[in-house]
Design a protein around this ligand. Structure first.
Ligand SMILES: [Zn+2]
Length: 298
């Protein structure tokens, strides 16, 4: 035990020296080891609302920008045990925070803990009984439930909004009814391709609201287990997170960065249990998100 504490202490020092703020691991571990109940956590619908709150904040004089990065199927206890940089980096912003949240709906409005319903809820801020994307094979979400990309356009038609994904269903089906509104959509061949195209977009052009969703952690979970003890799953989460970290650095290196105010959110669409998900167990429902300014969450 003492040795573990020493290792933890030394690794905190090394991480601090490297400019990387460690995520509050002991807090996550304590929660996982205790009741592990989703009931006290925020509903995932708050993500879209946080973006709306930010975009509607008239006190911001700089140019408002939003970047959402998704990691498909990343359990809370697994991200806590992965080698991560982007997630603690955002959580460690002076006004940033890490939140435990839940997918799967609420009593009377339950939805599958699958990618279609999960991403649709993140995008629209409502559960499946309102957005209509109740399973992965739906033609389109309901046009009554607007994504935060469309809501940005409704606030100001000059906003340039973009959606870049590996899982094409997000662009083709979930956002199917908004194809004419979204300025740039990209269905990548692989997560690596998604990373390259996202880098290019963020460095060479001027998008205002960007949604990016990486897919490989989910694939690793399906093949090797959604578990904090599955090394392949943890390694994949680390790789995906390293892509996100590089994208954050590209944002900070933008020529106009000093005149921009970025709200950055990283999250996932569902957890997992064994090699699957879709049900209502705590490990499928419990998720997390980090946000660069937590005051916009409520
Ligand atoms: Zn998924």
């Amino acid at each position: 035990m003492k040795r573990n504490l020493l290792v933890l202490f030394l690794s905190s020092i090394i991480l601090s020296c490297a400019g990387i703020i460690p995520v509050q691991r002991d807090y996550i571990d304590g929660w996982i080891d205790s009741e592990n109940s989703y009931k006290e956590h925020l509903p995932h619908t708050v993500i879209s609302r946080s973006i709306e709150n930010f975009l509607s904040d008239d006190s911001i004089v700089l140019k408002k920008k939003v970047l959402f990065i998704g990691y498909d199927g990343v359990r809370t206890d697994a991200i806590a045990k992965s080698e991560i940089k982007a997630v603690p980096y955002i959580a460690g912003f002076p006004a940033g925070g890490l939140f435990y949240s839940h997918v799967g709906g609420v009593s009377g409005q339950l939805q599958r803990t699958d990618s279609g319903p999960g991403w649709a809820t993140i995008l629209t801020g409502v559960w499946a009984d309102s957005h209509g994307f109740v399973r992965n094979s739906v033609a389109s979400k309901s046009s009554d439930a607007s994504s935060f990309l469309k809501k940005a356009k409704l606030l100001d038609k000059n906003y340039v909004v973009a959606s870049l994904v590996k899982w094409g269903t997000i662009n083709d089906n979930i956002l199917g009814d908004e194809k004419d509104i979204i300025d740039f959509q990209y269905n990548a061949k692989s997560d690596e391709d998604l990373f390259e195209r996202s880098k290019k977009l963020l460095s060479d052009s001027d998008p205002d609201v960007v949604f990016i969703a990486f897919d490989d952690p989910d694939a690793a979970g399906h093949s090797s287990g959604f578990s904090p003890f599955s090394n392949k799953y943890l390694e994949q989460i680390s790789l995906t997170d390293s892509y996100a970290y590089e994208l954050l650095k590209i944002v900070e290196a933008r020529e106009a960065y000093a005149n921009e105010k970025w709200l950055i959110i990283i999250s996932t669409d569902h957890g997992g249990s064994g090699t699957g998900h879709g049900g209502q167990s705590d490990h499928e429902r419990n998720v997390w998100f980090v946000i660069s300014e937590k005051s916009y969450v409520y």
